[in-house]
Design a protein around this ligand. Structure first.
Ligand code: C5P
Length: 207
């Protein structure tokens, strides 16, 4: 069984994907981490003329199965850097096979990202597209960051999320849209438990 979970920044798709994986006993891959790792690898070269070449090299060299420094990977800077390298077609291509192999492992998997249902696994058994309004997403991300001791500027965070969404949606190589056969789940008004229950109900209905 392959479950694809796509959605914008801080929509809660990662938490939902992890919850679904635990519920059905499936492996879970947060594909955003791959782009974040490539972004961090070329941090400091954003304005260099060879930025793209470096990013492609970093994507090809990425040891996706052994990502460390999770704290840094999940921070705001890595998210912005990720969305800069994610617009490079060859960066996406370099990581596509790893994601597909992960999805097709025996026993099945849940993958979350932007293009899982459209590009990485168009054959997924169940596709969820997670939505939530930008303010709700900002507030959730702010609380996550505060819970780990970071000081949050909500105004700046809101604009960062909007900027990242805009870049992701305009990404010509991105595949970031709701697949025709994906089910839309709006979590604006839902807490984590309620969102997970709604997601499980959708998966159970499709299976
Ligand atoms: O999901 P997350 O916020 O961790 O993703 C970070 C960035 O990586 C996104 O803003 C997007 O630019 C990129 N990404 C992508 N395709 C994916 C996952 C993430 O382009 N499947």
């Amino acid at each position: 069984m392959i479950i694809a979970v796509d959605g914008p920044a801080a929509s809660g798709k990662g938490t939902l994907a992890a919850g679904l994986a635990a519920h059905y006993g499936l492996a879970h891959l947060d594909t955003g981490l791959l782009y974040r790792a490539v972004g961090l690898a070329v941090r400091g070269h954003l304005d260099a003329p060879d930025f793209e070449v470096r990013a492609i090299e970093a994507a090809r060299a990425l040891d996706a199965a052994h990502l460390t420094n999770l704290r840094e990977l999940t921070g705001a800077e890595a998210g912005m850097l990720a969305s800069r390298v994610a617009v490079i077609g060859e960066v996406r291509a370099a990581m596509r096979q790893y994601q597909r192999d992960f999805a097709h492992r025996p026993g099945g998997a849940v993958l979350d990202g932007r293009d899982i249902g459209t590009v990485v696994c168009p054959d997924a058994d169940v596709k969820l597209f997670i939505a939530a309004d930008s303010k709700a997403r900002m507030e959730r991300r702010a609380r996550q960051l505060e819970a780990r001791g970071e000081v949050v500027d909500r105004y700046a965070l809101y604009h960062q999320i909007e900027e990242r969404d805009a870049r992701d949606m305009a990404n010509p190589h991105g595949g970031f849209y709701q697949a025709a056969d994906a089910v839309l789940l709006d979590t604006t008004q839902l807490g984590i438990e309620a969102a997970l229950q709604a997601a499980v109900a959708i998966v159970d209905k499709v299976m």
